[in-house]
Design a protein around this ligand. Structure first.
Ligand code: NI
Ligand code: MN
Length: 228
């Protein structure tokens, strides 16, 4: 069975056998980070969008480990120009890599990257469906609630990673609605409590998921894991 480890904010790592798929590695500057970037050796790095709290340490980890970065065409091209190994895809597209199957899903959000040269507009944000060993994980990325989550759920989601922080993304009320549309077997809340503006009570969210949906809600502290 694959394992999902929550590493803080939207950063998670899915493992199956030798395969390690890392999502949105924002660790440097993340007060809740459960690991240092230099301690990660992923097979692939999946980036939902370019905001600094998602692209984060991706370039440094990819450069050191040789991991393939998979993201939207705009972000992949931006990273290729930095000399990194990247594979561009886009929303609605899927691809079977030799370590797992990836499909990009829509997300309602932004996707700019800020560095010393200013803001880089890097296309539209995305979410991911990742299938490893026959199990399907949905990382929603940073997004609002949207009705097409009902269609995404038809993939048969074993574990959904949903933001609950509010302000920049869905808050707990909309995330409960998202669970009703996606109908995953289990849900793990992410993207909360990293900064004061996204403070939430994950236990209260879990209680609502248990009361109002058929999904199991698993609250993971940074560094904790669950099978899926
Ligand atoms: Ni964002
Ligand atoms: Mn974010």
């Amino acid at each position: 069975m694959p394992t999902l480890t929550f590493l803080g904010h939207a950063c998670c790592e899915a493992r199956a056998g030798e395969t390690r798929v890392l999502f949105d590695p924002f660790l440097t500057g993340n007060p809740l980070a459960a690991i240092r970037p230099e301690d990660l050796t992923p097979t692939a790095i999946l980036i939902t969008h370019a905001h600094n709290d998602h692209l984060g340490d991706a370039a440094a980890i990819a450069r050191r480990s040789g991991a393939l970065v998979v993201s939207t065409f705009e972000i992949a091209t931006f990273l290729e120009h930095m000399g990194l190994k990247a594979h561009g895809m886009h929303i609605g597209g899927s691809r079977a890599f030799n370590w797992g199957r990836v499909k990009l899903t829509p997300a309602w959000h932004g996707s700019t990257y800020l560095d010393e040269h200013g803001f880089h507009p890097l296309g539209t944000p995305a979410g991911f469906l990742l299938t490893l060993e026959g199990r399907t994980l949905y990382h929603a990325g940073d997004t609002a609630l949207f009705g097409d989550m009902q269609l995404i759920g038809r993939a048969g989601i074993d574990l959904a990673l949903l933001p609950i922080g509010d302000n920049y993304t869905m808050g707990p009320d909309d995330a409960v609605e998202a669970v009703k549309l996606l109908r995953p077997r289990a849900v793990v809340p992410i993207h909360y409590n990293t900064f004061p503006v996204i403070e939430q009570d994950p236990k209260a969210f879990a209680a609502r998921v248990a009361r109002e949906t058929d999904a199991r809600c698993i609250v993971l502290n940074p560094g904790e894991s669950t099978e899926f």
